[in-house]
Design a protein around this ligand. Structure first.
Ligand SMILES: [Zn+2]
Length: 112
């Protein structure tokens, strides 16, 4: 079994070619997919995360009509995997696309 750390929260298990949570070992999704698809998603109100600092029309809190805050959470343990700020309607980004074949060749596992 070879578990290659990719981020603080994520690793790739080369023997199963899958994303896993580093906190609990839960398998999220195949490593050739976007790991965010394997996470729970909590869409936060940006005014809740960045509370208004002053009263009035302009409070320094982000406008929810302009930004959404998505928290990606491990379904196995609830560990926060990633946070993404996106305009409403924008698709989730695919920020990590490691060369899985190269990881398997280096650390072991089934080659595709
Ligand atoms: Zn976990």
């Amino acid at each position: 079994m070879a578990r290659v750390p990719i981020t603080e929260a994520l690793a790739i298990e080369t023997t199963t070619r899958s994303w896993v949570c580093r906190a609990c070992g839960h398998t999220l999704i195949a490593a050739d997919r976007n790991y965010k698809e394997g996470c729970l998603v909590w869409m936060r109100d940006p005014r809740e995360v960045h509370r208004p600092l002053v009263d009035g029309a302009y409070t320094f809190a982000p406008d929810p009509d302009w930004v959404r805050i998505l928290e990606f959470i491990c379904p196995g343990c609830g560990h926060l995997v990633e946070v993404e700020y996106l305009p409403p309607g924008h698709p989730v980004t695919w920020d990590l696309q490691p060369d899985v074949d190269a990881l398997v060749a280096r650390y072991g596992g089934e080659t595709s």
